[in-house]
Design a protein around this ligand. Structure first.
Ligand code: AGP
Length: 618
């Protein structure tokens, strides 16, 4: 995915500075190249290059716009078509350098369109799919139609996913944006300035008034004003509902922390306290639907998928029905004709824009002619996934900018746990005292994490120091903690570039144990649940083969601690109620381990190599 930010204004503001700051807030979406375009005196001024925004800014002074500029756009890229080079960076221009296009997404029929345009004499400069758009719009404008009509005609020819921001040298009063499957939001400072962006944090310091563009819609932005259209009906502007964003501005800034990842780990307690307030009615709707379902599937990608593994374990405990967790990219291939009517699918996605999650849901709806219920858990109001879902819960993590998901994982597991407890309540399978104990444990999770974060940073740094030379690791666990091991493993791979296997401790004896040599680091996730004694056996087996044992245990743990070289203690009581929610309370230790391991290895944890926060391409 890529990031787009732009504005049009009638105010005397520092437009260059605002555009540079805005695009930096979207750098999590891609960071291999960047560019800006300013429209002034019937000319377009472009600066672009490969590299991270700050490096390019040092060379090109991205915030210096011609004096009096009132319209500018910026882009940060995650390469799909063509390597990250200056020429492939956005914006892309038409032959006459009058039309500039910035794109997030993939144009699928670009070969065919490129051939057609080349036959008509268009000269292409880059290897990107994006460059088709300005040439195609140029071609339609040659027929004498107006800018926005030419954009609409061009869009009718395009297949694929796109969020586009477009400006024209001779249209100083307009930015045109269109959306199909790639997010675009509009921010409005009424009568003064209008913003467009791939995500809300880009304009949050200036306005909370926001409009979320739907698929196949166009917005025509003027200074302090915006018109919305269906892409194939430009005669009548349409009404759109305004959203008022409640996030604080601080949430989108680093606020004194060195990295967003660290800040977002520290925000976990507050994110969870907000999520604990999710409406009971919505939780009950989810609980009743699951209880009535014939088949239940839960699907997601990456961290959200590991949240599903933990969540399905908790829900199954109270629902007493099997829930099948399927990675979203395999949803269709694994289920095929086995997907039956009256199924319920829980789709979990931080961004609500992960293309494989959306595709899994769309496929299921199409196949069953809507005879399937989609329950969605996302962190982003109005995201694409919410539009394909019957019921939506929005986790209250606030914006997550770090590419590595941290606080959103905690809120996703928490939400699934809340649904599980609603099921337990109406099924009356537990005594009141047991229910109260589970709620007490769940409501305590923010405090446990808060205390852990206050007391353990030096310990984690010290463990990382001693792990410095290790390139391979195991995170081992049993039962619900396998989800924790896998998510912890994903974090370490992602940000610290270390190879780690998050695995079942029992299953690791069927092969992976052969890797263990003297000093091989093995991190055991060991809450005191029903798997603890067997896990102790696994600890001893791996220790006997020379493994360096680091255990993550509760405060008063003795047994596994006794066999460990190092111990990380989570400040929570040793009982089954708290242990059920250990995927939430144990994960910050592994997130911090990854964070400090990244720093130790000289890596930027906010911008891991080859990654972007949301994968919007197949
Ligand atoms: C998490 O650290 C990763 N960046 C990634 O695995 C992510 O969780 C995955 O791409 C799913 O994203 P989503 O939750 O926005 O759908």
């Amino acid at each position: 995915m890529c990031g787009i930010f732009g504005l049009i204004t009638n105010q005397d503001i520092e437009i260059g500075k605002i555009i540079l700051e805005g695009i930096k807030r979207l750098e999590y979406r891609g960071y291999d190249s960047c560019g800006i375009v300013a429209q002034h005196n019937s000319k377009l001024y472009v600066k672009k290059d490969a590299g991270k925004i700050n490096e390019i800014h040092k060379r090109l002074k991205l915030d210096e716009f011609p004096f009096g500029t009132k319209l500018g756009l910026a882009h940060t890229r995650w390469a799909t078509h063509g390597p990250p080079t200056k020429i492939n960076s956005h914006p892309h221009l038409d032959c006459n350098e009058k039309i500039a296009v910035l794109h997030n997404g993939i144009l699928e029929n670009f070969f065919e369109l490129k051939e057609e345009l080349e036959r008509k004499g268009h000269i292409f400069r880059s290897e990107t799919d994006t460059e088709i758009f300005p040439h195609l719009i140029e071609e339609y404008m040659k027929t004498g139609i107006d800018f926005k009509f030419a954009v609409s005609e061009a869009m009718k020819r395009c297949k694929g996913a796109y969020g586009l921001a477009i400006c024209h040298a001779e249209y100083p009063d307009q930015i045109i944006v269109v959306r199909k499957e790639s997010p675009l939001v509009i921010g409005l400072e009424e009568g003064k300035t209008t913003y467009c962006a791939s995500d809300i944090p880009a304009f949050l310091p200036y306005t909370r008034e926001c409009y979320i563009l739907d698929d196949n819609e166009m917005a025509v932005l003027a200074a302090g004003y915006v018109d919305f259209y269906d892409i194939d009906n430009l005669t009548n502007p349409k009404e759109k509902e305004k959203q008022i964003i409640q996030w604080s501005i601080d949430a989108a800034e680093k606020g004194g922390y060195k990295h967003f990842m660290l800040k977002e780990i520290y925000e976990e307690p507050s994110a969870m306290r907000r999520t604990l307030k999710i409406s009971k009615e919505t939780l009950q709707i989810f609980a009743r639907i699951l209880w009535g379902a014939k088949n239940i599937y839960i699907t997601a990608a990456g961290t959200s998928y590991y949240a599903c593994l933990a969540g399905k374990f908790i829900i199954t405990k109270f629902l007493h029905k099997y829930i099948e967790a399927i990675e979203c990219s395999e949803f269709q291939t694994q289920l095929g004709d086995a997907l039956q009517e009256d199924s319920v699918i829980i789709a979990v996605s931080q961004s609500g824009e992960t293309v494989d999650t959306i595709e899994a849901i769309r496929w299921a709806k199409e196949k069953l002619k809507n005879n399937v219920k989609i329950l969605c858990i996302t962190n982003v109001v109005g995201s694409s996934l919410t539009r394909y879902s019957d019921y939506v819960i929005v986790t209250q993590a606030g914006p997550e900018i770090g590419v590595a998901a941290t606080k959103t994982y905690c809120t996703q597991v928490l939400t699934l746990a809340l649904i599980g407890l609603e099921i337990a309540k109406f099924r009356k399978i537990l005594t009141k005292e047991e229910i109260d104990n589970y709620y007490h444990a769940l409501n305590s999770t923010p405090d446990i994490i808060e205390t852990f974060l206050q007391e353990n940073i030096d310990l984690i740094k010290d463990i990382v120091k001693n792990l410095d030379k290790s390139h391979n690791f195991f995170y081992l666990a049993r039962g619900i903690s396998i989800a924790t091991a896998r998510e912890g493993g994903l974090k370490l791979k992602e940000v610290a570039c270390r190879f780690i296997e998050g695995y079942s401790a029992a299953h690791a004896k069927h092969g992976p144990i052969s890797l263990v040599r003297e000093g091989f680091p093995i991190i055991f996730i060991a809450p005191p649940d029903e798997t603890y004694e067997r896990l102790l056996g696994n600890v001893m087996e791996f220790k006997a083969r020379g493994g360096m044992i680091i255990s993550v245990v509760v405060e008063d743990d003795r047994l596994i601690t006794g066999f460990s070289h190092r111990t990380i203690r989570i400040p929570q009581p040793s009982d089954k109620y708290f242990s059920l929610f250990s995927p939430i309370t144990f994960i910050p230790a592994l997130q911090l381990l990854s964070y400090y391991a990244a720093l130790k290895n000289g890596l930027d944890p906010d911008q891991p190599l080859n990654l972007a926060k949301t994968v919007t391409v197949h």
